[in-house]
Write a protein of this length. Structure first.
Length: 168
């Protein structure tokens, strides 16, 4: 009975996502740059490029469903602004969010799962709610970061690239 109830809910959510459409122009994110996890001797910031706290970052790629490297859905914008006070704020693609973060030695970073003050249910673009959930999970899973070629890239515990941002 629970399986049937769960299947019905999944079908309703899928139908709602499929029924949505958008008239917003699509933004093409930058092509991902092949980047390995930073080594302990790697500097987290390039001298002339953006820094973590002086830039509003726009997500271009993320580790989505089944950890598959995916572009951000067309018609949605995910942002992150890192404040010096150890807060990060932005848009998850549907909802605004805020979270605490801490920096450690050797490009280490830690996030608390983002808080969403008003949890809106967005239907467009298709998949935006799942994408937002993957983004929040990826933030929480981030262990290290690097700013290379003017892109902010975050890596998980295994050194896999999970988020790639471009400066706004």
């Amino acid at each position: 009975m629970k399986v049937l109830h769960f299947a019905c809910i999944c079908l309703l959510l899928t139908a709602a996502f499929i029924a949505g459409c958008t008239s917003q122009p699509a933004q093409t994110p930058a092509t991902p740059v092949a980047t390995n996890a930073p080594t302990p001797s790697a500097a987290p910031v390039t001298a002339a490029g953006p820094t973590l706290t002086s830039t509003t970052w726009t997500l271009a790629w993320l580790s989505g469903e089944n950890k598959i490297w995916s572009k951000v859905a067309e018609g949605s914008t995910i942002t992150a602004t890192f404040l010096n006070e150890g807060k990060v704020t932005g848009s998850g693609g549907c909802n605004g969010y805020s979270s605490d973060y801490q920096l450690g030695k050797e490009s280490r970073i830690w996030f608390r799962r983002p808080v969403v003050p008003q949890n809106n249910l967005c239907q467009t673009p298709v998949g935006v709610m799942s994408q937002e959930s993957y983004y929040f999970t990826d933030l929480q899973d981030a262990e290290t970061y690097s700013i290379t070629n003017n892109q902010l890239v975050m890596f998980d515990r295994e050194g896999r690239k999970i988020l790639q941002f471009d400066p706004s």
